[in-house]
Ligand binder design. Structure first.
Ligand code: ZN
Length: 203
């Protein structure tokens, strides 16, 4: 059990080192998508900008998925934009097809561009970061509504501290409990520091 804990901690540290060495581990004063403020932010896009790192992370995540999926997947599905590169690399490692979902103008998750799934498809859903698991859960529901079976889900980073529930078995390469504050209780706001929105979604 101790070895297992050490191994997980060790992998967490390796992933964080990779983020630090590529400048993707940001420190400052950030407003997260949830509206909470945080002193740190992991910008996956800055790690995935390096194809070699993207390939390595994809291979590691494919191995982690294989360890929890009851059967061999036939398909990887990611929500755009964040899941595109890592989903592609996981699919490369698994030797299967990769497709992605997009939000329509009503913010509903959809398959466009001629992408479709079949009832024989055994899918895994891959994202860069899971915070609440909301996007992954929406992709799972979309695939199931179209008749595919979803075996598992995975992300590079789990920012939920392991608590996000997406309705299928889930894994992540690094699990973090990021410090957050409600804006009125934020010590960085109290210091008068300007808050930055680092993510990809509009504020
Ligand atoms: Zn603040």
């Amino acid at each position: 059990m101790l070895d297992w804990i050490f191994e997980v901690a060790n992998q967490n540290q390796k992933i964080l080192n990779l983020f630090q060495s590529t400048g993707a581990y940001l420190k400052g004063h950030f407003r997260l998508t949830s509206g909470l403020h945080s002193p740190e932010y992991l910008q996956c896009a800055l790690v995935l900008a390096h194809p070699k790192h993207a390939e390595t992370l994809g291979r590691c995540l494919a191995e982690a998925i294989s360890a929890i999926a009851p059967e061999r997947p036939t398909l990887v599905v990611s929500p755009a934009m964040g899941g595109l590169i890592i989903g592609h690399e996981v699919a490369r490692a698994l030797g299967v097809r990769h497709i992605f979902t997009e939000r329509d103008p009503d913010r509903k998750m959809t398959l466009r561009r001629g992408f479709s799934v079949q009832s024989s498809d055994l899918a895994v859903v891959i994202e860069d970061v899971i915070t609440t698991g909301g996007s992954t859960a929406e992709v799972v529901a979309l695939l199931e509504s179209q008749g595919a079976r979803v075996l598992a889900a995975g992300s590079i980073i789990d920012r939920s501290g392991g608590t996000a529930n997406v309705g299928v078995p889930r894994t992540a390469l690094a699990t973090l409990e990021v410090q957050t504050w409600d804006p009125p209780a934020c010590p960085l706001c109290a210091q008068g520091l300007e808050v930055v929105k680092p993510g990809s979604r509009p504020v």
